[in-house]
Design a binder for this molecule. Structure first.
Ligand code: IPM
Ligand code: MN
Length: 372
């Protein structure tokens, strides 16, 4: 397959972790005979230094004409610490999602056996967790009208959703559930919010056209508790932009590090693959950031194009790095391995699955370990 992939390293640790993904995709190219063209473009705080804009026009144009986008991270301390800043790097990411119509963020939280020891939660709770969050990504409170009174003492953010915005992601979630354990949980706050009541009404109607899928609704506060008490009860979680943002970071606790979690942001024409984590500016240039979230995001990219065997070859190599304890310090405090070394190890261990019988437990490496 031939793919043009835009690389947006962005800020902080973004470029470092992205570089490890590129190593892995190059290994996939060679092993499985594909052709990937990589094109880098400025994005985030780093782009603002030159153009004043976090998403320069040329970067947007490149993303529009590419088959896929791999994104590193966004955000910088100088903006986080300055509530007066008029333009923020994050606006570039939000605008990119909106311009490309990336309305669904797919965020899998899957426990691999080798990750088990890393969880701060009890093993019997997190073992075999395998859920995926479908987070609405281009609507809701993130994109609603914002106001700040002239005297700066009153502010508001409007949360608006239309039926069509809800139903397009709901259908994606139900279709995903069909290929999984056939359960969808809608997470909302319908006891308080009008927008949540519209979600509930719309999704309950849609659920009727998927009779083989069991459907339930949970309030966000309860869902947050349930996710920590018994994450195995969840298969597909469907939720709005803000609840999905919070719930997905919370879910990362199950695996013990936000540095392990990938995501796919998809629309009708474009797709971007991004780690859950932020830019971690304190770690920039120190070669300590965990590249696994980015590497697994590139596996999701492959999966998006139907390259399941290739995606699984990456997952298997990541699994091997855990088994061999070739991990960064967020996973194992005493580890002496850096970002680069972990990236090298994973990319060098990418092989066709038949060559790798030692990691065939749990179906990893057998072409059955898909990420979502
Ligand atoms: C995420 C991030 C972003 C979000 C930020 C960086 C704007 O936290 O992708 O979860 O809130 O969507
Ligand atoms: Mn987030």
């Amino acid at each position: 397959m031939q793919l043009k992939i835009a690389l947006l390293g962005g800020d902080g640790i973004g470029p470092e972790v992205l570089a490890q993904s590129v190593k892995c995709l190059k290994a996939i190219e060679e092993t499985f005979n594909h052709r990937f063209e990589f094109v880098e473009a400025p994005f985030g705080a780093i782009a603002m230094t030159g153009s004043g804009r976090p998403l320069p026009d040329e970067t947007l144009a490149l993303c529009q004409e590419s088959d896929a986008i791999l994104f590193g991270a966004i955000g910088a301390l100088e903006y986080d610490n300055n509530p007066e800043a008029k333009v923020r790097p994050e606006q570039g990411l939000l605008r990119l999602r909106k311009e490309l119509g990336l309305f669904a963020s797919i965020r899998p939280i899957k426990m691999f056996p080798a990750f088990l020891e890393n969880s701060p939660l009890k093993r019997n709770i997190v073992d075999h967790t395998d859920l995926v969050i479908f987070r609405e990504l281009t609507g809701g409170i993130y994109f609603g009208k914002k106001t700040l009174s002239e005297d700066g003492t009153t502010a508001s953010d409007l949360c608006t959703y239309s039926e069509s915005e809800i139903s397009r992601i709901a259908h994606l979630a139900f279709k995903a559930a069909k290929k999984r354990r056939k359960k969808v949980t809608l997470v909302d706050k319908a006891n308080v919010l009008e927008s949540s009541r519209l979600w509930r009404k719309t999704v309950t109607n849609i659920a009727q056209s998927y009779p083989d899928i069991s459907f339930e609704c949970l309030f966000i506060d309860n869902a947050a508790v349930q996710m920590m008490l018994n994450p195995r009860q969840f298969d597909v979680i469907l939720t709005d932009n803000m609840f999905g943002d919070i719930l997905s970071d919370q879910g990362s606790v199950i695996l013990g590090s936000v540095g392990l979690l990938p995501s796919a942001s998809v629309g009708l024409e474009n797709a971007m693959f991004e780690p859950f984590h932020g830019s971690y500016p304190q770690a920039k240039g120190k070669n300590i950031a965990n590249p696994v979230a980015s590497i697994l995001s590139s596996a999701m990219l492959l999966q998006h194009f139907g390259l399941d065997e290739e995606a699984n070859a990456i997952v298997a190599a990541v699994h091997k790095s855990f088994v061999k304890k070739v991990v960064t310090t967020d996973v194992l405090g005493s580890s002496k391995y850096g970002t680069d070394y972990v990236g090298d190890f994973i990319s060098e261990n990418i092989v066709e699955s038949d060559d790798n019988p030692s990691i065939n437990d749990e179906n990893i490496g057998l072409g059955k370990s898909t990420i979502i």
